[in-house]
Design a protein around this ligand. Structure first.
Ligand code: TRP
Length: 356
């Protein structure tokens, strides 16, 4: 906790790779909207990380970054409460990345299962940039720069959180004299610079895509986007693959379609009834269930579409939100950097960088 009366702090973020989709909503953004009145929230746009695989399309990264802010606002993130900021405008993150890279074995980074999956899924082979594995170290810096208590993320980010916890423990042990045997919860009280943050994974850690096989992802072409029209949503839900033939076949209630039923139909009694009839094959077709899912989704997305309209075509407003978010982020991260430098004997004099 940051100060006796302050709200607990959280940090999370997204790499700008295109529009946000329902997987982002259930995996993390829904949780952020819930937490923003009770927590001090920082939401990072990992625009430098986007350069790991798209450096030659930096114009696209910039556009995607602005569009993500629109999606955040549409989904209900309130910039007066939460700081929305650019990774590239928070210098402490880059400085901490360099230092943290010294605290973690190279082979440990390469064993990170999320990195390994990405190398496979994105077909990166062995020609990926040096910056690609470095981004995992960078993510530990994104997080620790804020000394947060929790990080709301989808399941795929949990290995990054595990690495972050290792870096935080190691920093506290090497530079702050915290014992190797200290419990995670004791680190700060024992003089550690960093609390050991935990991953806050929501009830739907990994939403399936409409192909019914892979997790929802823009690059796999199986995503329903926050900005899709009602018609598009209807069409995409119609495609969710189950393999079931007839309304009288006993259905598998762990399939992708039922994941959507559980995630998006708010009436729990109705969810239980649908599940029961589907499992028994009680004259209930996939088409009917898809219809109910599409309606529930459009009820959820309608207010988001309305809100998004207000921010369409107004880049200046988005830039103002980012400028303010970066200012708030830098206030916290410069304080962290100062503490880090003192602990690691890198403090020689007070630094005030002001140019122009
Ligand atoms: N790697 C995350 C993603 O691709 C984005 C990210 C970057 C992030 N830094 C972070 C998430 C820090 C949580 C905390 O979605």
């Amino acid at each position: 906790m940051n100060g006796a009366t302050a709200k607990p702090r959280i940090l999370t973020g997204d790499t700008p790779t295109g529009m946000l989709h329902l997987g982002h909503w259930v995996g993390s953004v829904r949780r952020r909207v819930e937490l923003q009145s009770t927590h001090e929230c920082y939401f990072l746009l990992a625009n430098m990380h986007a350069f790991t695989t798209r450096a030659e399309r930096s114009d696209e990264i910039r556009r995607d970054t602005i569009e993500i802010v629109r999606d955040y606002l549409a989904m209900g993130i309130d910039p007066r409460q939460s700081a929305i900021f650019l990774q590239s405008e928070v210098p402490a993150i880059a400085e901490l990345t360099f230092l943290f890279a010294m605290l973690i074995p190279f082979n440990r980074v390469m064993r990170n299962p999320t990195l390994k999956d990405e190398i496979k899924i994105k077909n990166l082979g062995d020609t990926y940039s040096f910056g690609f594995p470095l981004y995992a170290v960078g993510q530990t810096a994104d997080i620790l720069a804020f000394r947060p208590v929790g990080v709301p993320v989808g399941e795929d980010q949990v290995p990054h959180l595990e690495m972050t916890r290792e870096v935080a423990r190691r920093f506290n042990q090497v530079f702050c004299g915290v014992s190797e045997h200290a419990e995670d919860g004791e680190h700060e009280a024992l003089g550690g610079t960093f609390p050991i943050p935990s991953a806050d994974v929501g009830p739907v850690g990994r939403l399936m895509g409409i192909d019914g096989v892979q997790k929802m992802s823009k690059s796999l072409g199986n995503a329903i986007f926050i900005s899709d029209s009602a018609k598009e949503v209807q069409k995409k839900v119609g495609k969710i693959f189950t393999g079931r033939q007839s309304p009288n076949d006993p259905g598998d209630v762990t399939n992708a379609l039922f994941q959507y039923v559980e995630a998006f139909i708010p009436d729990q009694a109705r969810v239980a009834e649908l599940k029961d009839r589907y499992a028994r094959g009680d004259n209930i077709g996939d088409g009917h269930i898809k219809q109910e899912v599409a309606e529930a989704l459009n009820t959820l997305l309608d207010p988001m579409r309305e809100r998004r309209k207000q921010f369409e075509g107004n880049d200046d407003l988005i830039i103002d939100i980012l400028r303010d978010g970066c200012r708030r982020a830098n206030r916290v991260t410069e304080e962290t950097l100062d503490r880090v430098k003192r602990a690691a004997h890198l403090h020689f004099f007070a630094r005030r960088l002001e140019v122009g």
